[in-house]
Design a protein around this ligand. Structure first.
Ligand code: PXP
Length: 243
């Protein structure tokens, strides 16, 4: 059983989503990384997607240089992303599905169905001392597949749990707890993430084997509301001072 503090990795992708909506430099995800680093979080997570819809290649080195926090690079299992990971040497690489056929029903990586494609990528990341994580559905066959692949970490997909309610949510929570325990018993460090909010995080955070949660979209959304008042008041003050 893992004890002690549960690590928090903050995913800053959606700061870049807002930046890219205008094609300029603002808001800069690096500034977001600096702010969350100052809060004492344990890591920064960023997903370089094949279509670069949020984080861009040039952001990676800037994020790494800005904070000194471990970077968890989420990436598809492609040669292009592998080359980028080997060049940037993030602390961790979390392999995520990008195409429909790479996913399990829950949306996690189909590690069980893609052993031969994933194996060389996992090995090359491991050889470069990058901590490999597989973003998988909380299923026995996916944990087994992670073991076969030699992945030291799995990130359990909490999306089904987050979207369920009532008895279905309880069942999803039990599955997450069981799979976190199974992973830990087999020497794999379990993490979890996707769709976590203030309302649903605590039952997941209470699972003792989990070592880390990665949370993004909800935090960036909340930050708009927490920060909007200060931003508008500053603009008002600047306008008033100009008259
Ligand atoms: N973990 C992984 C592997 C992800 O791909 C994502 C983003 O989808 C997250 C965690 C964070 O999810 P969310 O943005 O819903 O908090």
């Amino acid at each position: 059983m893992t004890s002690g503090k549960l690590r928090l990795g903050v995913n800053i992708d959606h700061v870049a989503t807002i930046r890219n909506a205008r094609g300029g430099d603002h808001p800069d995800p690096v500034r977001a990384a600096e702010i969350v680093a100052a809060c004492g979080v344990d890591g920064i997570t960023a997903h370089l997607r094949e279509d670069r819809r949020h984080i861009r290649d040039a952001d990676l080195a800037r994020i790494q240089a800005a904070t000194g926090l471990p970077l968890n690079l989420e990436m598809a299992a492609t040669e292009e992303m592998l080359a980028i990971a080997l060049r940037h040497k993030p602390h961790a690489a979390c392999i995520v599905p990008e195409r429909r056929e790479e996913r399990t029903t829950e949306g996690g990586l189909d590690a069980a169905g893609q052993h031969n494609r994933l194996y060389p990528i996992v090995q090359r990341l491991r050889d470069a001392d990058i901590r490999v994580s597989l973003f998988i559905a909380p299923e026995v066959r996916q944990i087994d597949a992670a073991l076969q692949l030699g992945a030291p970490v799995v990130e359990l997909h909490t999306g089904e749990y987050a979207h369920a309610s009532g008895a279905a949510r309880e069942a999803e929570l039990a599955r997450l707890a069981d799979m976190a325990a199974l992973a830990a018993r087999n020497g794999i460090e379990p993490h979890a993430g996707h769709g976590l909010t203030y309302d649903n995080v605590q039952p997941v955070a209470a699972i003792p084997e989990l070592a880390e949660l990665n949370i993004g979209h909800y935090l960036i959304g909340e930050a708009v509301f927490v920060g909007l008042e200060a931003a508008v008041l500053r603009m008002r003050a600047l306008m008033d001072a100009a008259r």
